[in-house]
Design a binder for this molecule. Structure first.
Ligand code: S3P
Length: 447
């Protein structure tokens, strides 16, 4: 047995206790559906004509928020399950005015992408809010370009939710985004669907391109210029319901890639992982750190590249994780890479990652604080972390700060720490990976 895992639940909070032991992680696992693709499948299904079928949807809390918002605006979405979800679309421009406030929960993708659609539905009024974390995350990055298109949006001072939107006929713009953000890009492209003329977004480097792939498949008139990192949508084309197959989420697979790399004697096969090149920065970095990862059974499924990833334990080496092109390709994996770096030989430097401060938590500050409690040598920098690896981690009482990726990263750190680790507010994992603890028990031989 590699570790003993136990979960203590009260009505509101889960405490995860992990005691490691020296045997490796083994077996075959599947990770839940990709969160980004799940949101997009639900949204495009809702605004398309006809029926969309979704296989492999993530059953996490975030896609639930998206489904509930679009149900409130008239789409019929069957109960979420990973087998098959059916969405009866209502057609572009047909979103109904909801009778109440739209609730995006913890989900930045729900709120930001949806805003592009709300702003472009003439004569309808919408209000949107979210949980305490989402209400502290910057929305001006989408409000400002939408306002350039003529949108009417009101926010709390500083651009924070709750937001109110009076839908309008918008005008097309060419938006040069200061950040590589798929949420910003997708928001503007979705607003462009109902806007007469060509709406273009240019990014400093390419962010994840799931929206582009899926919009095209649904019938949008969309062109991509990879040379300039620009995407253009010509408004007015109708979208038609499609069959979507959601691959496993590489951001969820990343926890097992690092865990099996670090726990000696591991040999784990992670099946059906999405390996879209705009998402595989974590594989590039772990390979540079001398992780033993092989790609098997590479294929394309419903317009997205997929592979099975085999990972065996190895001695990781430090590396530098920086650069405008790389960081967006692993933006959600930096917390778990910080765990890898804490155990790797040498000093890992993470730079150009200030965006992490405005995720579900300030992930630079929280990872530095929590890993330090476990004995790691981490220095926080304005735009990254400096981690001197190679010292043993020690079990401690740590806290997720209600951030799903922090909760799971700390659980993996606990697998390789000496002694018992207790992770408070571990229920956060359900945002993107509700079955995380089950899989943890499975790979540790606890099930
Ligand atoms: C996402 C884009 C990224 C990522 C988030 C999901 C998406 O955010 O961190 O988890 O689905 O478009 P940014 O666009 O803010 O970088």
């Amino acid at each position: 047995m590699a570790a003993t895992v136990s979960l203590n639940c009260t009505e509101t909070h889960h405490t995860l206790t992990i005691a490691p032991s020296p045997t490796g992680l083994s077996g075959q696992i599947q990770v839940p559906g990709d969160k980004s693709i799940s949101h997009r499948a639900l949204m495009l299904g809702a605004i398309a004509q006809g029926e969309t079928q979704i296989q492999g949807l993530l059953l996490g809390e975030d896609p639930q928020s998206t489904a509930n918002c679009f149900r409130a605006m008239g789409a019929t979405i069957s109960e979420l399950n990973s087998e098959r979800v059916t969405v009866q679309g209502i057609g572009l421009g047909q979103l109904q005015e909801p009778a109440n406030i739209l609730e995006a929960g913890n989900s930045g993708t729900t709120m930001r992408l949806m805003l592009g659609l709300l702003a472009s539905q003439p004569q309808r009024f919408f209000t949107v809010t979210g949980d305490a974390s989402l209400r502290s995350r910057p929305m001006s990055r989408v409000i400002h370009p939408l306002q350039q298109m003529g949108a009417q949006i009101w926010s709390r001072t500083g651009g924070y939710a709750p937001l109110a939107v009076q839908g309008q006929f918008l005008k097309p713009i060419h938006f040069h985004s200061p950040i590589a953000s798929a949420q910003v890009k997708s928001c503007i492209l979705l607003a462009g669907l109902l806007t007469e003329g060509a709406t273009t977004v240019t990014e400093p480097s390419l962010s994840r391109d799931h929206s582009e792939r899926m919009l095209r498949a649904f019938g949008a008139n969309l062109t991509v210029d990879p040379e300039t990192c620009s995407v253009t949508v010509i408004g007015g084309a109708s979208l038609f319901g499609q069959s979507v197959i959601v691959p496993g989420d590489i951001s969820s697979a990343a926890f097992w890639l690092v865990a099996a790399s670090l726990v000696p004697g591991s040999d784990l096969l992670i099946q059906n992982v999405g390996v879209n090149p705009t998402r595989t920065g974590v594989l590039d970095v772990l390979t540079a750190m001398e992780a033993d990862i092989t790609w098997e059974n590479q294929r394309e499924v419903a317009g997205e590249p997929v592979a099975d990833l085999r990972v065996r334990s190895s001695v990781l080496k430090a590396c530098t994780i920086s650069g405008e092109a790389l960081i967006p390709r692993l933006i959600d994996e930096i917390p778990i890479l910080a765990v890898a770096a804490s155990l790797a030989q040498g000093t890992t430097v993470i730079r150009n990652a200030a965006e992490l401060r405005v995720k579900e938590s300030d992930r630079l500050a929280v990872m530095a604080t929590q890993l330090t409690k476990m004995g790691a040598n981490v220095t926080e920098r304005p735009d990254g972390l400096e981690i001197i690896g190679g010292t043993a981690l020690i079990g401690a009482e740590v806290d997720s700060d209600t951030d799903h990726r922090i909760a799971m990263s700390l659980a993996i750190a606990a697998l390789v720490a000496q002694g018992i680790t207790t992770i408070h507010r571990a229920e956060a994992a359900a945002v993107s990976y509700p079955t995380f603890v089950n899989t943890l028990q499975q790979v540790c031989g606890n099930l």
